[in-house]
Design a protein around this ligand. Structure first.
Ligand code: PHE
Length: 348
């Protein structure tokens, strides 16, 4: 009975002490108080020598019981502290996933790129290949082989920036015709388009020194002006709308014969006449024609066997029509406020 009381007291004291324990340090102090050198449990075991021999065994059992109880309780408290410390650590390191995400800046497709891509899709669907040519090209490719030998007066209309006597910034994408024909060497019929930047020594308010063209070339047997007309009509209708009408006017280019300028009905007034089309109802969009036999010959094609047509629209105009851009400079100045209007959604 006495022992039970004693044991209960010890446990109660221990529980009281443990209730105040907050840290591992506190716990170490309590442990010393009970299991340390002069701790409560240790003192109890020192009493062993006063116990009569016949009771020693029972006393030993009793001591053991207390030791186990005390050790277990301290161990439990230790585990609790570890758990609480871990919880506190996890809480302090918690990532708050409810925070609003950082805004990611979304780009948009440039209106010129969109027109180029749309045209490429159209021509690829008709069996054309898309080719690229260098923006720095030779005098030979840009002029001579397009039937504009040195000194030809029509060179003036396409004056550009020369790097030296032989190399220049291409004034049109037509050298792509020469390059492609030479690479294919009279081999098979050709159907190509070549989009790209071109340069002119223009210095008036309505022209830019740099703009974009989209050259087209078809060479094969029995290719005629009728094929050119059909192709360009389709081109204009697909790009500017089914109601668009196309008009062909005779013109002159040294590399095509016959040559024509092509007009489309004004996208703004539909042909009635407005300020954009200067009351004519028409807007000029490209030059085209049947490839001159000299051009075919100079690039290795036999003009007796093959004929072809070529066209070369400036596509800045198309982008302006299509997206209602009123100042051509906006296309090239990369003002983000302007470009942001063309977001990806309506590019799809
Ligand atoms: N290269 C001509 C220009 O830049 C356009 C053109 C291309 C004309 C192909 C006829 C054939 O003005």
């Amino acid at each position: 009975m006495e022992k039970n009381m004693e044991r209960e007291n010890i446990i109660k004291n221990l529980e009281n002490e443990l209730n105040n324990v907050k840290t591992k340090n506190d716990l170490a102090n309590v442990k010393a108080l009970f299991l340390g050198k002069s701790g409560v449990v240790t003192n109890l075991s020192l009493k062993m020598k006063e116990i009569p021999n016949e009771e020693k065994k029972e006393y030993g059992k009793y001591l053991n019981e207390i030791k186990i109880l005390v050790t277990n309780k301290i161990e439990d408290k230790n585990n609790e502290i570890i758990r609480l410390e871990l919880e506190a650590k996890l809480n302090s390191e918690k990532i708050d996933i409810t925070l609003p995400a950082r805004h990611s800046l979304k780009g948009s497709i440039h209106p010129m790129t969109r027109v180029v891509e749309e045209l490429e899709d159209l021509f690829v669907s008709m069996g054309y290949d898309v080719v690229n040519g260098p923006e720095i090209d030779t005098d030979l490719n840009c002029f001579t082989k397009l039937n504009l030998p040195a000194g030809h007066p029509a060179r003036d209309t396409q004056d550009t920036f020369y790097l030296d006597n032989d190399y220049l910034l291409r004034p049109h994408t037509s050298p792509a015709q020469v390059r492609t024909m030479e690479a294919n060497k009279n081999k098979e019929p050709l159907r190509i388009v070549c989009p790209g930047k071109v340069y002119r020594r223009d210095d008036d308010a309505t022209h830019s020194h740099q703009f974009m063209q989209f050259e087209g070339l078809v060479v094969g047997e029995d290719i005629s002006l009728a094929d050119l007309k059909g192709t360009l009509e389709l081109f204009a209708k697909k790009l500017l709308g089914e109601k668009t009408k196309v008009r062909f006017r005779p013109s002159y280019f040294p590399f095509t014969e016959p040559s024509c300028e092509v007009d489309v009905t004004c996208f703004k007034c539909g042909g009635k006449g407005c300020s954009l089309c200067k009351q004519t109802g028409w807007i000029e969009v490209l030059g085209a024609g049947v490839v001159h036999p000299n051009v075919l010959r100079m690039s290795g094609y036999n003009p007796e066997k093959y004929t072809g047509f070529a066209f070369g629209p400036g596509i800045d105009r198309f982008a302006m029509f299509k997206y209602g851009i009123t100042d051509i400079r906006q296309i090239y100045t990369n003002d983000i406020r302007f470009l942001e209007q063309f977001d990806r959604k309506d590019a799809e």
